[in-house]
Design a protein around this ligand. Structure first.
Ligand SMILES: [Zn+2]
Length: 115
């Protein structure tokens, strides 16, 4: 009886290349939205020029939705400035109010400049 079983590498077997060695370049994910509210998220290399519009799967033109997600962790290591931290916690209106309140207190002598 002949041995019909295949031995060795499977036909259409796995590639010897592995994904592990691939270093993904820094990239952004850009969200596009069309007038039918279809959302398309596309990854772009950090160096790529981001197109302001994209053709949606329904054929309409989709525009950048304003949600730009940075997927590279390395680039996020830069620490935020005091201003960036402040503006992320408070609206400009709140800051404006706080400032005028503090200035009033300062000019009325309720608080003193810390020197
Ligand atoms: Zn669409």
């Amino acid at each position: 009886m002949a041995d019909n079983s295949f031995k060795g590498l499977a036909i259409g077997g796995k590639s010897l290349e592995s994904d592990e060695a691939i270093n993904f370049a820094a990239r952004f994910e850009i969200e596009y939205i069309c007038s039918n509210k279809h959302i398309t998220i596309l990854p772009f290399s950090a160096e790529a020029e981001i197109p302001p519009e994209w053709e949606c799967r329904c054929g309409k033109i989709a525009y950048v939705n304003g949600n730009v997600t940075h997927t590279s962790k390395k680039k996020n290591n830069r620490s935020k400035s005091h201003w960036e931290m402040l503006i992320s916690r408070r609206s400009e209106e709140e800051l404006e109010n706080n400032l005028s309140q503090r200035l009033k207190m300062l000019t009325s002598g309720k608080i003193h400049r810390g020197l």
